[in-house]
Write a protein that binds this ligand. Sequence first.
Ligand SMILES: CC(C)(COP(=O)(O)OP(=O)(O)OC[C@H]1O[C@@H](n2cnc3c(N)ncnc32)[C@H](O)[C@@H]1OP(=O)(O)O)[C@@H](O)C(=O)NCCC(=O)NCCS
Length: 142
Amino acid sequence: MLRPGTPTVHDYMRLRADAGLTPRTEEQSSLALPGSWAGCHVVETASGETVGMGRLIGDGGWYFHVVDMAVLPPHQGRGIGNWVLSWLLDRIRHAAPADAYVSLMADPPGRRLYERSGFTERRDLSIGMAMWLRRVEPGGRG
Ligand SMILES: CC(C)(COP(=O)(O)OP(=O)(O)OC[C@H]1O[C@@H](n2cnc3c(N)ncnc32)[C@H](O)[C@@H]1OP(=O)(O)O)[C@@H](O)C(=O)NCCC(=O)NCCS
């Protein structure tokens, strides 16, 4: 069953770790989830276990970024990832103004899924760049 809305903080942390994504702290997770523009998760009916998720962050105007696509390994390859991604893209189609720009960073396991949904590499126009920033403690120097 696909449920609109992000999973709980606990399930989010578990899904990220168990799907092989870098684990995130409870502080990061509990701040991240309410900052989503949209999200959904998939619950296995028989067990009640959350087995997949995905979410969108963005400004609600035209920039949207797909993040946290994850399906537990025993449930991969059954179309759950495609279901989640299709739901997220439909949210944009129905709730965002025309001409939304949707981006993502594609790790190898997701590339085929994203390409099938219409994403293409645009290194002809631009390349993704990223960095990690250290927190400056209060009273510390930048
Ligand atoms: C990426 C992921 C969310 C896809 O979910 P899923 O439920 O397995 O995807 P689907 O069953 O809808 O399959 C979609 C396509 O991806 C392919 N695919 C699924 N798992 C894959 C894997 N581990 N490696 C390569 N391709 C994979 C499928 O073959 C399918 O393509 P096809 O129908 O043309 O054969 C899932 O594999 C996952 O959680 N991976 C680990 C976490 C991760 O890397 N997330 C992506 C971060 S960008």
